[in-house]
Write a protein that binds this ligand. Structure first.
Ligand code: GLA
Length: 698
């Protein structure tokens, strides 16, 4: 049984290797007792309390709670804050009711006076070692209740010595992994950008002595793409409290009598075997439950995107020429990025007018799509649905369709305004316009972009009392639009991009088949970005790129290193193929071929981060499945004449034999040898790399 109840007051959620235990304590409060390695016997917890220190307040400040609420002698960050109609601002419950439905437990906490309850939901993903939590606030009375804060979940960890990992990124530098020890006070990771953003990720990773393969790791990912907040607080009573959910800074929700509000979900897990296990559990969860079903178990095609090659300067003939060359290299999906629609000569005009530019494509997209299909490739386009340029027919017709304040200049980001996605008319219009685009053209793929951060939280379609709901409603509007388009065009592959990686989150995963993790395609920077990305997100979901020399760091990196770096995810090519030598094109074609032979292992296998450039000279990673292991090794700069590097593999079958080739020398070794003794590789100079395929012998 994945959910056990002992004496009507002790609840245990059991996964294959972990237990999560809470009780209704003597004061009638839901108290979290344990989260960690599996303890089978629930009754062992019958006399446990988390009040470990003597304090001068009797309130719940001193215990790890399942649902802390502002007030009632709590001084820590709480997961709920509300106002009843008469000004009372604390929620008090004593005891609970509960229901179990398969692997879902519902705990109902009812206020002792007001007709209001909070429902705590827990769903157990046994094989993935993950627990999903979400909440519903329900106003069963007649008077309104104002919700000022309602996080998705609360996690208490006893003791101290924890370290927290998140990112401190920006455009072109997403997923810069950072780590802090949490010794006192609060650590807050949040987004107010209007989407999950480039900076921090809607997730938490907290560990003690965590390495790739050892140490205790607690983690959680939020299924939400809007403004979020994660608070990790070392509470003065000897425990760490972790809260995650919708950001309360720009959120307030009025619940009229009879209404309820459901939060996004958080998926939490525990590993006693370091970060690698965390990655594997999240990858399994994503594939088995979260990714859109249609493509979850298929490999993604090799993609060509013309952005890096032609920017806005899109011409039908030139795109056809590019498509022919892309097909020669083995590409399977050809995508025109920005610039194909009316008025889009640069980033100052055109967004909103989603009609094919007849100057650039006098006969529409059809001639290009025909050639692309004849060449055996699928076809895709870029769109940015949530945006409008002031210089566009859409804005001239509907200036009221943007977020704004009446008496202030509307702020622009990348010369564009944000469409009011809380307005049903806007969503209906966008649904119809993109439905038409997808119906009239044979489009197999959409790159869905979002290129600016939020500013004004004012809407002509909502009363001002509801403007504090805009951040939340905007995200729901985006989800509605994509859901509608997906249901009408189920075969289309959707990619989430937001100025690179500003929408890489578990909310987006429900609706998109892949992410664009960064606009930075410098192969060395990408190794670090990709490595940190892979902590929380599946490899398959990550488009990785080969492009021309990338201006960001002004360095030249050999093709082999660049290709290998791009082959570590779902491969994309963005080089201007109209301008490269035949020799380079042939080499690219060779790499694409090699990639195709092993991409099932890369995209669907298990990732092992063997060595990191953060710790030494090499990045080494391998992807394993039943048939093989694909090993990539990268050396950025040779130092002090060192030529030989040892790489120990992981995740192989000890007794199985693996056949592989280094340069021209073939070898057959046991899994045990490869994992214990490892292999010696000669890597030299700057930017040297290898891909080694180890085929498991049957
Ligand atoms: C953003 C994206 C890029 C590209 C451009 C097009 O910057 O991140 O990949 O699509 O928009 O304008």
């Amino acid at each position: 049984m994945s959910i056990e109840v002992y004496q009507e007051r002790l609840f245990t959620l059991q996964t294959a290797h972990t237990s999560y235990v809470f009780c209704i304590n003597e004061q009638g409060i839901a108290e979290n007792l344990y989260w960690g390695k599996k303890i089978q016997r629930t009754e062992d917890f019958a006399d446990v309390s988390t009040q470990h220190v003597f304090v001068n307040v009797n309130g719940p400040q001193s215990i790890q709670e399942e649902c802390s609420s502002y007030g009632s002698m709590r001084y820590k960050e709480t997961s709920l804050r509300l106002q009843f109609f008469d000004g009372v601002d604390d929620f008090r419950y004593r005891g609970c009711e509960y229901k179990i439905d398969g692997n879902v437990l519902e705990i109902v906490l009812k206020d002792i006076f007001y007709s209001f309850s909070v429902h705590l939901f827990y769903q157990v993903f046994e094989e993935e070692d993950i627990i999903k939590k979400w909440r519903v606030a329900e106003n069963t009375g007649k008077e309104p209740v104002i919700l000022d804060r309602i996080y998705s979940g609360e996690f208490g960890l006893f003791g101290s010595g924890y370290r927290a990992i998140n990112y401190n990124g920006r455009w072109g530098a997403e997923f810069l992994r950072e780590e802090d020890s949490i010794t006192y006070g609060k650590k807050v990771y949040e987004s107010l950008y209007g989407l999950s953003g480039h900076t921090v990720n809607p997730a938490f990773i907290v560990h003690r002595d965590g390495t790739e393969t050892t140490g205790e790791v607690y983690y959680g990912v939020l299924e939400y793409s809007g403004d979020f907040k994660t608070v990790i607080e070392a509470v003065n009573c000897g425990y760490l409290n972790i809260l995650i959910g919708i950001n309360d800074t720009d959120f307030q929700w009025k619940l009229a009598g009879g209404e309820s509000f459901t939060t996004p979900a958080v998926y939490g897990g525990y590993s006693d075997q370091g970060f690698q296990e965390m990655t594997h559990c999240l990858t399994r969860l994503s594939r088995n439950y979260l990714m859109p079903k249609k493509k979850a178990n298929q490999v993604l095609p090799v993609l060509y995107n013309s952005w890096y090659a032609t920017l806005f300067d899109v011409k039908c003939d030139e795109q056809i020429a590019l498509a022919r060359k892309a097909a020669d290299t083995g590409v399977e999906l050809f995508v025109i990025d920005d610039g194909w629609f009316t008025g889009r000569k640069n980033d100052k005009a055109g967004l909103g007018d989603w009609f094919v530019d007849r100057e650039k494509f006098p006969q529409g997209l059809e001639p290009l799509i025909r050639v692309v299909n004849e060449l055996g490739m699928k076809f895709g386009v870029w769109i940015e649905p949530e945006m409008v340029n002031p210089d566009s027919d859409l804005y001239r017709e509907h200036p009221e369709w943007i977020y704004c304040y009446k008496n202030r200049e509307v702020l622009m980001g990348r010369n564009q305004y944000m469409l009011d996605m809380t307005n049903g008319e806007v969503i209906d219009y966008l649904t119809q316009i993109f439905h038409k685009l997808l119906s009239e053209n044979k489009i197999d793929y959409i790159k869905w972009d979002m290129n600016r951060y939020a500013a004004e939280r004012g809407s002509a379609s909502l009363p001002k009392e509801e403007w504090q709901t805009i951040a939340w409603r905007n995200t729901q509007g985006v989800y509605t639009l994509i859901e509608r388009l997906r249901s009408r065009h189920p075969e289309v592959e959707f990619e989430a991009c937001a100025s690179g990686g500003a929408r890489v989150d578990y909310g987006a995963m429900r609706y998109f088949d892949e992410y664009w993790p960064s606009d930075n395609t410098d192969p060395l920077d990408r190794l670090m970005i990709q490595e940190s990305y892979s902590y929380l997100y599946p490899v398959k979901y990550m488009r990785a790129w080969l492009t021309d020399d990338f201006g960001m760091n002004r360095r030249k990196i050999p093709l082999a290193f660049s290709m290998h770096s791009a082959m570590c995810g779902s491969l994309g090519i963005g080089v201007n193929l109209n301008q490269i030598s035949e020799e380079d094109k042939e080499q690219i074609a060779d790499y694409v071929q090699q990639y195709k032979e092993v991409r099932a292992t890369i995209q669907m296998g298990e990732l092992y981060r063997l060595q990191s450039l953060q710790d030494g000279d090499l990045q080494a990673l391998c992807y394993n499945d039943e048939d093989r292991s694909v090993l990539f090794v990268f050396l950025d700069h040779q130092r002090y004449g060192a030529t030989c590097h040892e790489v120990k593999l992981r995740g192989l079958c000890e007794d199985a034999l693996y056949r592989y080739k280094i340069e021209e020398t073939e070898a057959v070794k046991s899994g045990a040898y490869l994992m214990q003794q490892g292999i010696l590789l000669k890597l030299q100079g700057d930017y040297d790399s290898r891909m080694i395929i180890l085929e498991k012998q049957k």
